[in-house]
Design a protein around this ligand. Structure first.
Ligand code: PNS
Length: 161
């Protein structure tokens, strides 16, 4: 049987419970998800690609349906390299919609075989973002219900020392 595989690419700087929720729920649809950490993105990350990938590997340890990888350059080239043309993204708000529609269209223009599949974020994560969580941890808050303990430890190390 042909395996249904999707690529879930992102910055993951750091991964949040919102990301984890989308990836876990998507496994009801896909046999395997490749979580691809981007080296090239518009934002300046605080974690190296290796650190971001290590956090994701820790979170999904023991889950054979999740593979964590790092990619450099265009997502389209990575998709071609892997032979996987289904992209998975989570969508939270109307604000995301605009950016997501541009990205999906850009990717489809570059590689017509690419399809981007969107899943709506669960309500409790709708206002969660990697930037908000960085601010919360930097100013002394706790990450419960928003980030995995592995991520919380790493963020505290990075932002409070
Ligand atoms: O988690 P993010 O920051 O919303 O993810 C954005 C990401 C990494 C998926 C996007 O920036 C990306 O695909 N970067 C690789 C470069 C690329 O292919 N850009 C053209 C597609 S818009």
């Amino acid at each position: 049987m042909m395996k249904r595989i999707a690529i879930c690419a992102g910055s993951f700087d750091p991964p949040t419970d919102g990301h984890i929720n989308i990836i876990q729920r998507s496994l009801g649809i896909f046999d395997k998800v490749i979580v691809a950490v981007a080296v090239n993105m518009s934002k300046q990350p605080i974690f190296s690609p290796e650190d971001r990938a290590a956090m994701l590997k820790g979170i999904f340890q023991g889950n054979e349906h999740v593979e964590v990888d790092v990619f450099e350059g265009l997502l389209m080239d990575y998709a071609r390299k892997r032979g996987v043309f289904t992209l998975l993204r989570g969508i939270r708000t109307m604000g995301d919609y605009e950016y997501e529609s541009q990205m999906a269209l850009a990717n489809k223009t570059l590689e017509p075989k690419l399809e981007t599949i969107y899943m709506f974020t669960e309500g409790k994560y709708a206002h969660l973002s990697s930037s908000i969580i960085k601010e919360i941890i930097a100013f002394g808050g706790e990450g419960k219900g928003m980030i995995h303990p592995i991520v919380e430890r790493k963020l505290k190390e990075k932002l409070r020392t």
